[in-house]
Design a binder for this molecule. Structure first.
Ligand SMILES: Cc1cc2nc3c(=O)[nH]c(=O)nc-3n(C[C@H](O)[C@H](O)[C@H](O)COP(=O)(O)OP(=O)(O)OC[C@H]3O[C@@H](n4cnc5c(N)ncnc54)[C@H](O)[C@@H]3O)c2cc1C
Ligand code: FES
Length: 251
């Protein structure tokens, strides 16, 4: 795993919803070594532990980070302004495997699980469908960005205020694809993994777990994994993931 730190100047900042922010930072040292699915650990002024945020976009010399305010740390990050700097440790973890023989990928995202999939969809060379799920129209993010990078986009909302009224899996059941990449809440990941297993289609999921170090040193982000012989063991989301083959995780 190759990673480093960089003081990254905020180049642009947008508010996407009432609590989700879209920040582009300059990262000339880190961006060239980053891959879709990897994440950054961001130092929060006044806090000891860094906060893990996925890479939503990787430019030649920039990172795009889309994050939701969940607690004190992300609130402080959301208040930083263009021109100020973020201390970033990246790129961390293993990303999405995007090369191979698959020709039609489906990217299934739920809520704040959507950002890392945009980065992956932009890098996939075959046909692409994005199936995105949100609570309501007001919480929907990045649909135009998926369309702009060539995806056919389908949206599901819990309240029916945008797209299909229902779950992403209601849409997924009707799709034809030969590889799946997913990130979102655990019940969504379970349902997506099950559907792919029934169809014998490879499925890669990006997991979220509370983290401290982000580099495999504190053993704080344990996840139960499955071996070929079906016995289980504990791995770490930050080092062994965050992206795993769905059939190797005890969901
Ligand atoms: C690999 C990975 C990628 C992520 N990518 C994104 C993203 O792209 N956009 C986004 O909005 N959120 C993302 N998250 C979740 C984000 O890290 C948490 O929302 C954030 O750390 C909360 O920090 P806080 O100080 O606001 O909240 P608090 O609850 O005050 O945090 C307290 C402590 O718990 C840790 N913590 C709390 N919730 C989480 C969590 N869900 N995951 C990991 N650590 C947590 C914090 O890092 C901090 O150390 C990701 C998490 C992981 C593990
Ligand atoms: S966060 Fe420390 S081992 Fe994963």
């Amino acid at each position: 795993m190759r990673y480093d730190t960089e003081l990254c100047r905020i180049l642009a900042k947008k508010q996407l919803t009432k609590d989700i922010f879209d920040v582009t930072v300059s990262a000339p040292k880190l961006a060239p070594i980053a891959k879709p699915g990897q994440f950054a650990q961001i130092l929060v002024p006044g806090k000891t532990l860094r906060r893990p945020i996925s890479l939503c976009g990787i430019g030649r010399e920039t990172f795009r980070l889309v994050f939701q305010v969940r607690g004190a740390g992300t609130k402080i990050l959301s208040e930083l302004q263009p021109g100020e700097k973020m201390d970033i440790l990246a790129p961390l973890g293993k990303g999405f495997p995007l090369e191979g023989s698959a020709t039609h990928a489906v990217f299934v995202g739920g809520g704040i699980g959507v950002p890392p999939l945009l980065c992956a969809a932009a890098a996939f060379s075959g046909e692409r469908t994005a199936v995105l799920g949100f609570r309501s129209k007001n919480a929907a993010i990045l649909a135009d960005d998926f369309a702009a990078c060539g995806c056919q986009v389908q949206i599901a909302t819990d309240d029916g205020s945008l797209g299909t009224h229902g779950l992403v899996t209601d849409i997924l059941k009707k799709q034809h694809f030969d590889i799946c990449y997913a990130c979102g809440p655990m019940p969504m990941l379970r349902a997506v993994a099950k559907l792919c297993a029934q169809r014998k289609i490879p499925c890669w999921i990006s997991m979220e777990q509370r983290m401290a170090c982000g580099i495999g040193a504190c053993l704080g982000c344990a996840v139960e994994l499955r071996r070929e012989d079906d016995s289980s063991y504990y791995g770490h989301v930050c080092k062994d993931g965050p992206v795993f083959p769905a059939d190797r995780v005890v969901l």
